[in-house]
Each structure stands twice: as C-alpha cells, then as structure tokens.
Design a protein around this ligand. Structure first.
Ligand code: AMP
Ligand code: MG
Length: 409
C-alpha cells in the first residue's frame, strides 16, 4: 500500500507543491541590481513627477486671456520679459501683455497658464506675436502627470525591468527591497553519467540535461549550483540530498524516479524519512516525477530523459520558483496558438509539446522540432512555449488552435 498519493493530475500536483512553497525573504539592492528581480515592497510616491508644471515644447509662456482676440490677420503682440531654459527657475511673474520665452522641460512661470509653440508665432528679441487664441492650460504639463504624491506606484510582486526602474529613480529611490533569489541545487543521478568535460566509456553518456535545467532555473531568477553526479545507490543519493537541502531553497534531481531496478530515488527519500508529497503525474511526458520535502526544503525529482525532465520542470518547477521569488502570479499563463505542423499521435493522457513561439502573418504559432522524443534535447531548442493537448485528444491537424503555456517573461 502506498503511503502517499500516486498519479495525481497536474493541477492536484501543482497545488500540493505550491501549498508547501513560500516567498523567500527580501534584500535591499541598488537599482542596477534590481533589474530582473521581484519587488518585495509596495512603493508609494512621496513626490509628484514631474515635480513642477512644465512646458512640453520650445515656445512662449503667456496668459491665455491676453490672446483672446488673436486671429490669423490680426495677431496679438506680447512683450518678452525673460527666457527660461530647462533647469532654471523663472525669476519673474507674468503680468498682462507679457510673455516668457520657454524651452522644453522648463518650469511654467507664475502668472502663465498656456504655452504657444515657436512655430505658431512671429517673434523678435523683444516681442512675440500669436495668431490664434490659446486655451487656459494649453501645452502645459501639470505637476504629477506621470506620478502623483501618495499614489502606489509599484506593487509588491512586480517584476522590475525597464520603466519600473525608471520610475523608482524618478522618485529618488536608488535602492529597493526585492525578494531573495531562490537557490537551486541540481543533483544528477545515474551510473551511466560522466561530466561534460569527460570522455564517456562504453555505455556511458555525458550529463547534458543538468545544463539545460540550470539555465531554465536561472531564467526564473534562481541562483543555480550543479551538485554533481551521484551513482544509482540509495546511500549516495540520500547523502547528496542531505548535503543539498542545507544550502538550497529547491533541490532538483534527475534520474532514478521510475520503477526500474536501478531507480533509487524513492528508496533514498524513504531512507532519509523525507515527506513525499506525491509520486507520478498523469501527464506525458514527465509522468515519472516525485515531489518531497526534506528538512523544510522542497525537492522535485525529475526524469533522466532531458525533454521529460524539462517539461515537468516547466509545469511544476517554474511555478514553485516564482512563488519563492515573490512573483505576483506563480502559475504559467496560457495563450492560444496554432500548431505549425501536424501532430500525428493520439493523446490518452494530457500531453505537452515543448516548442518555439513563431509569429507569422500576425498570428502566433507553436513550432515543434523536427526531432521528437523524450530522451532528446532537440525538442527543447529555443523552447519558450509548452503546447497542451487535453487527455483524449485525437491527432492534431496542422494549423489547429491549441492552448500553450508561456514559459518565460
Ligand atoms: P532514468 O530517469 O534514470 O530512467 O533515465 C532515463 C534516461 O535518461 C536514460 O536513458 C538515461 O541514461 C538518461 N539520462 C539520465 N540522466 C541524464 C542526464 N543528466 N543527462 C542526459 N541524459 C540522462
Ligand atoms: Mg537511471
């Protein structure tokens, strides 16, 4: 009799994992370091941005009421009392019949309530003539147009990139609290494995998939460490897990997760007394999968087959890392795409197809590798989408619409 659930649906499995996954703590970092990190605080503005009303054009600041009678034939001529470039404070208040020359980004002087562009005037050094009436407020950027004081500018859980960092800088925040990066330890199990720098003997293969998985984890903001190759022995696997949990927020293992004679992950977890959350999932590929918690650290046991390992990591590992990393939404987003080629097989179980997003003629396509198979790395090349075929699907015709998960942002 099994002591833990076996063959859960993807949804049930993911729920069990997310129940045991908490956002990590925060750390204060500079804006450059915050790029690509997740904000761990709500940022409320203490200032208006821009801080003062300003001119969006080179032109003349004036009182709209002074231009009331202006027409194309009969302009209104005003006396220029000063010039206000960007970065300068106006020295004079505008009174009736006066204007100030003003440059883009400069503060609007007291008394002015409109700006007329250079190209809509005639001017000399002392006077400016306008040929149409101005509205009060015309061509004036109000203080706080971009951000108002007291406003929540960015919420906890926001992925900080580009404009978000610009907004923080605009508010004088040169540091902010972000979630700590999840630390991921990758353990590769398998008697047949040798390192990428070694020459395999008969029956041996290089440990290839660990590099793909580590890269995917880093794309989710994680710090990764390859903990090495471990033989298919219960004690060795258990010892490697015991070492890894102390320095990781997530442990990923590959290999030994099925039910063959040399599949020892389960025995290793039982040997340690780890809490097994569930074993196996009703998905293809990636059904050989284990989730456990040992000494407070989540462990995901992935298949040794590179594509199967990656699919399970995409579906369960990415949401777990996002939850740890403080993302507002841990789950992957779905979009509708067309399948760029036919998929000839039936899918009795829910099936996932790693592939590449292609945009052609304004439509999104899922392009699959010519070479398909769970034991290969090829299906993962340039992979940024995971197509989903529901359980019971017939073969899929070229161009059919299906759901797909977006894997990275
Ligand atoms: P397993 O999950 O241990 O049954 O392994 C399934 C298949 O994946 C076998 O053909 C293994 O040799 C292969 N495999 C296991 N680990 C790796 C790895 N780290 N890199 C590439 N292939 C692997
Ligand atoms: Mg094996």
């Amino acid at each position: 009799m099994e002591l833990y659930p076996v063959l859960l649906s993807l949804e049930e499995g993911l729920e069990r994992i997310l129940q045991r996954t908490m956002p990590l703590g925060g750390e204060l970092v500079s804006l450059d370091e915050a790029d690509g990190r997740v904000l761990a605080e709500d940022v409320v503005s203490t200032e208006d941005l821009p801080p003062f009303p300003r001119s969006p054009y080179d032109g003349y600041a004036l009182r709209a009421e002074d231009t009331r009678g202006a027409t194309g034939k009969r302009g209104v001529t005003l006396r220029i009392i000063e010039e206000i470039p960007a970065g300068y404070a106006p020295q004079k208040a505008l009174t009736a019949g006066c204007a100030a020359k003003i440059l883009t980004g400069a503060p609007i002087p007291v008394g002015a309530d409109a700006v007329v562009k250079f190209e809509d005037t005639a001017f000399d050094a002392q006077t400016v003539t306008v040929y149409a009436p101005c509205r009060s407020g015309e061509n004036i950027v109000p203080a706080g147009e971009d951000i108002r004081r007291g406003e929540t500018v960015l919420r906890r859980g926001t992925l900080l990139r580009g404009a978000a960092l610009g907004l923080l800088a605009g508010l004088g925040r040169n540091e902010c609290m972000v979630y700590r990066r999840p630390r991921v330890e990758l353990i590769s199990t398998g008697d047949e494995l040798v390192g990428a720098d070694e020459t395999p003997g008969t029956g041996q293969i290089r440990n290839s998939s660990v590099h793909a998985l580590a890269s995917y984890a880093r794309r989710c903001g994680a710090l990764t460490r390859c903990a090495g190759i471990v033989p298919d022995q219960v004690e060795s696997i258990a010892a490697a897990i015991a070492r890894a949990v102390g320095r990781a927020d997530l442990v990923l293992t590959t290999g030994g997760v099925s039910v063959g004679d040399y599949d020892r992950l389960r025995a290793a977890l039982e040997h340690l007394g780890a809490e097994i959350l569930f074993w196996k999932l009703r998905i293809k590929p990636g059904s050989a999968f284990a989730a456990a918690v040992y000494q407070g650290t989540l462990l995901l046991g992935l298949s040794g087959n590179p594509s199967a390992a990656a699919v399970a990591f995409f579906l369960l590992g990415i949401p777990a890392l996002r939850r740890m990393g403080g993302w507002e939404r841990a789950e992957l987003e779905k979009i509708r795409v067309r399948l760029s080629g036919a998929f000839p097989k039936k899918s009795p179980n829910c099936r996932f197809l790693p592939g590449r997003l292609e945009v052609r003629g304004g439509a999104a396509y899922l392009a699959l590798s010519e070479r398909q198979g769970n034991g290969m790395l090829h299906p993962l090349l340039e992979c940024d989408l995971l197509g989903e075929l529901p359980a019971g699907s017939a073969p899929i015709a070229k161009g059919s619409e299906i759901d797909a998960y977006r894997l990275f942002t």
